[in-house]
Design a binder for this molecule. Structure first.
Ligand code: GLN
Length: 479
């Protein structure tokens, strides 16, 4: 199979390829590995040496008629999710030599379904960033323009799909890290509702906000993946027992039966006029197609980013306390005969990036006596108000339609020296994490620089099916 054939492949096309004998999983896996080898986007941190063996095994299963829809389909995994016997660095020097000893629950499930793991993708250190420039392994380049960022923190996963290095990838989303890189790279990404997917084996950034989710070329592929990874897990006490939906059937549900809300707060202020025009164009298309569109209001939207950048570092500061380069085979110090305190100071000083240190310090400050009430508690109150905003609006409409990002992919280095302007790129995505609801990002066109523009759909907690119904409808409208 020629490398040139690997263009934006989706699961249905791959299954057809397997069935007709056009290619095997082994050939397909080899073709992706070849692409990864010559790739210039820095999308992968490490490769799974067992990928071809796994693909051969999958081919046997397919031949024996024992395959699932995912058997033999190659998968890229963000390096913050652990896969047994593969390195898991979380994009950090402090875990440079860590080899995982177990599979995350999502990995267990996807291995069982027969997926083939190609390797681990680059990401911002401990998933903290919006541009992938905070990775110890260097920035990822956007496949649409190598001078631009792919978004973050799951930038390697998004770039891998956009550059045809993998058909499917896993990312994590704490404040937008699946949806924003999906938008910047012109692919589809789903942040499931909090608790929909087990977090067991995903290194925690901010435990009350983190979710693992799929990234792919089509909404249908997203439905395949979420079907395989959703559900309660006894290893994650925060995973939900809520009934898992029929996500593939949701694709064929009638979108016209759903009401779409346009939250006015997402269309004011610093949004790129080209994005605004593109989204408004989509709204008109949907209206013409017979969908019911109403304007709604989420009055506490303005406070979401501030609340996120208090709650998140507070959790980060305690989650990152465990990294001491003793427990996880991290970096080795030349110095001997130093006290434990000196060891901690030294490994954490050289092991963490400036962004991680910034968040650890901010979080520690926010949680310290005297400031806790003013910052952390206040942010928790805002969290409640944002949740109430969503509860109210989802009693009126089924799905919200908004932009994903205020701009298309920005230039490498453009915001890396200015944390505040970097944080502002999360303005439309953080509310979903704060509210625990689900969100889908899908491409709807390009700007004048030929850079992808994304559209965000939000639905209430555990209403992923509605996102898939409307997402699939929009994808078809734009075909
Ligand atoms: N960009 C956001 C941040 O830097 C979100 C990160 C994420 O979702 N993991 O915190």
């Amino acid at each position: 199979m020629a490398i040139s054939d690997l263009k934006k492949l989706n699961i249905d096309q791959i299954q057809t390829g397997f069935k007709t004998g056009n290619f095997s999983s082994e050939e397909l896996t080899q073709a992706y590995l070849n692409n990864i080898k010559i790739d210039k986007h820095n999308a992968f941190i490490s490769i799974n040496e067992q990928a071809l063996a796994e693909a051969k095994q999958a081919d046997k299963q397919i031949k024996a008629g024992q395959g699932t829809p995912l058997t033999g389909i190659p998968l890229a995994v963000k390096d913050i999710i652990v896969v047994k016997d593969l390195k898991a660095t979380a994009g950090s020097k402090i875990l440079e030599n860590y080899v995982a000893t177990y599979d995350a629950t999502v990995i267990q499930k996807l291995k069982q379904a027969g997926m083939v793991i190609l390797g681990k993708t680059n990401c911002d250190e401990f998933a903290m960033g919006s541009s992938n420039e905070n990775s110890y392994f260097g920035p990822v380049l956007n496949p649409h323009d190598k001078e631009r960022v792919p978004g973050g923190s799951s930038g390697g996963s998004a770039a891998a799909i956009a550059a045809d290095l993998a058909p499917i990838a896993l990312g994590t989303d704490t404040g937008g890290s699946i949806r924003q890189p999906a938008a910047f790279c012109g692919i589809v990404g789903l942040k499931p509702s909090y608790g929909r997917v087990s977090r067991y084996g995903s290194m925690a950034m901010a435990s009350s906000l983190d979710q693992i989710g799929p990234m792919a070329n089509t909404v249908r592929d997203i439905a395949h993946l979420i079907s395989a990874i959703a559900g309660f897990d006894k290893n994650d006490a925060t995973s939900s027992k809520a009934k898992v939906g029929d996500y593939l059937a949701a694709l064929d549900q009638d979108a016209k039966k759903l009401t779409i809300g346009i939250p006015k707060e997402y269309f004011s202020g610093g949004i790129d006029p080209e994005i605004k025009t593109a989204i408004e164009g989509q709204i008109r298309l949907l209206e013409k197609a017979g969908l019911k569109i109403v304007e709604v209001s989420l009055p506490y939207t303005d406070y979401a980013l501030a609340a996120y950048y208090l709650l998140m570092p507070a959790e980060v500061s305690s989650n990152l306390a465990r990294y001491d380069s003793l427990r996880y085979g991290g970096l080795c110090l030349e110095k001997k005969d130093i006290s434990l305190d000196e060891w901690y100071k030294e490994v954490r000083s050289i092991g963490f990036s400036p962004e991680s240190k910034r968040r650890i310090m901010l979080g520690t400050y926010i949680l310290s006596a005297g400031y806790y009430d003013a910052y952390y508690k206040q942010a928790q109150r805002v969290r409640t108000l944002i949740k109430q905003d969503f509860a109210k609006v989802f009693s009126q409409v089924d799905v919200l339609l908004t932009p994903v990002t205020p701009s298309t992919a920005f230039k490498l280095g453009e915001k890396s020296q200015d944390p505040l302007s970097m944080y502002l790129s999360d303005v439309f995505t953080v509310s979903a994490n704060i509210g625990g609801i689900c969100g889908l990002s899908l491409p709807i066109g390009k700007d004048k620089n030929n850079l992808p523009i994304g559209l965000q759909l939000l639905a209430d907690a555990y209403a992923e099916e509605k996102l898939l119904t409307v997402g699939n409808f929009i994808e078809n409208l734009n075909k």
